[in-house]
Design a protein. Structure first.
Length: 366
């Protein structure tokens, strides 16, 4: 259904907020008690927050953790809505959750990352929500799979749901990085390119896993023209029942939002556009040189493959690879390049080099 879900009407629900700032969804990771839910809601009432979020059912990685208060929490949200006027949002993972959410008139439902990976679960939710006028958001799957993310949106669209959006919350990785879930910004950028009218919201809480980094990642999202933010907010983060490290206080949230710099997508100024095009031309030339150098590197890798084949030496040389990585990380740091970027870049180059050597090693002449 290429681009069928991309049309200007996809933004209608967002435009109807008439905001002069990004959409902000905030609230605790988990609804814990009625008092806690109401206290946070009232602290967020007179702020840039439009939608109040709270976890009612919590899908945990391992058993034994707090898995949510369940249905009773929906009644607390109803009370919070009546007292503050904020719209309410929760995560749903199956048709039973959807049924209860609709019965309690929850305004916004999102499908979590662990559910998005399960096409059967997404379809079950889509069927339960058929033709709803609620706002439905889809978080990216835990693994970096753009097709799976788009597929979740398509299933909901095919069920007659028009108020749709997506939430970027980062992706799981076995590698240790400064993030809880690596952003992989390019995947979200690719989604934006395919569906520019589909509202895109960033969840810096889950990307970072650390409250100290939330402002930084929120600004990155704004620089990439995201439409909004979902930030976990708690009146006593250190003692939260779940994900304590990634929640901020209502006051801290207000400070983060206040300090965000919202940039223009473009400006119609001759001098600016002229200077920009000159610099973009330099980047285009540099990119061409990079590709030429990479092509030359692969030719050398093929020559190495020929030598290894002649002496029956294996393609992968772990000691040599470790030395290269160590040197490149150090050299990259001197040039202002992050270790994370260097590792990704050279791992990709290394895999391509192995592929070229494999072709040489396994080529047999007739």
């Amino acid at each position: 259904m290429k681009n069928r879900i991309n049309n200007k009407e996809m933004r209608t629900w967002l435009d109807e907020f008439n905001l002069t700032h990004p959409l902000v969804i905030a609230g605790p990771c988990s609804a814990e008690t009625e008092e806690q839910v109401l206290k946070i809601a009232h602290e967020l009432k007179n702020s840039d927050v439009s939608i109040y979020r709270a976890g009612i059912w919590k899908p945990r990685t391992r058993p034994g953790g707090f898995e949510g208060v369940g249905e009773i929490g929906l009644k607390w949200l109803q009370k919070a809505k009546a007292e503050t006027g904020l719209m309410m949002a929760i995560e749903v993972a199956n048709a039973a959750h959807v049924k209860l959410a609709l019965e309690h008139d929850i305004d916004v439902l999102w499908i979590g990352a662990r559910t998005t990976v399960n096409t059967f679960a997404v379809q079950e939710i889509a069927d339960a929500l058929k033709n709803t006028d609620k706002i439905i958001l889809v978080k990216n799957p835990v693994n970096p799979d753009l097709g799976l993310w788009i597929g979740g949106v398509e299933r909901l669209y095919n069920a007659g749901i028009k108020k749709l959006g997506v939430i970027h919350r980062g992706f799981s990785t076995y590698e240790k990085t400064k993030y809880r879930n690596i952003p992989e910004w390019q995947i979200a950028i690719d989604l934006q390119s395919k569906f520019p009218d589909l509202p895109l919201i960033c969840d810096p809480s889950h990307i970072t896993g650390k409250r100290a980094m939330i402002k930084e990642v929120s600004q990155q999202a704004m620089d990439l023209n995201y439409d909004g933010l979902m930030i976990e907010t708690h009146n006593d983060p250190e003692n939260a029942w779940s994900d304590a490290d990634q929640q901020v206080t209502p006051q801290a949230l207000k400070q983060i939002i206040q300090e965000l710099v919202i940039r223009k997508v473009a400006v119609d100024e001759v001098d600016f556009n002229f200077d920009l095009e000159k610099l973009r031309s330099k980047i285009d030339i540099t990119d061409s040189k990079i590709l030429e150098l990479l092509g030359n590197r692969m030719k050398v890798a093929e020559e190495i493959g020929s030598i290894k084949k002649a002496k029956n030496v294996s393609v992968l040389q772990n000691k040599r690879w470790a030395e290269i990585l160590k040197k490149m990380v150090a050299d990259g740091e001197e040039k202002g390049l992050s270790e994370e970027f260097i590792l990704k870049l050279f791992k990709a180059i290394h895999l391509e080099s192995i592929s070229h050597q494999e072709k040489i090693m396994n080529h047999f002449s007739n």
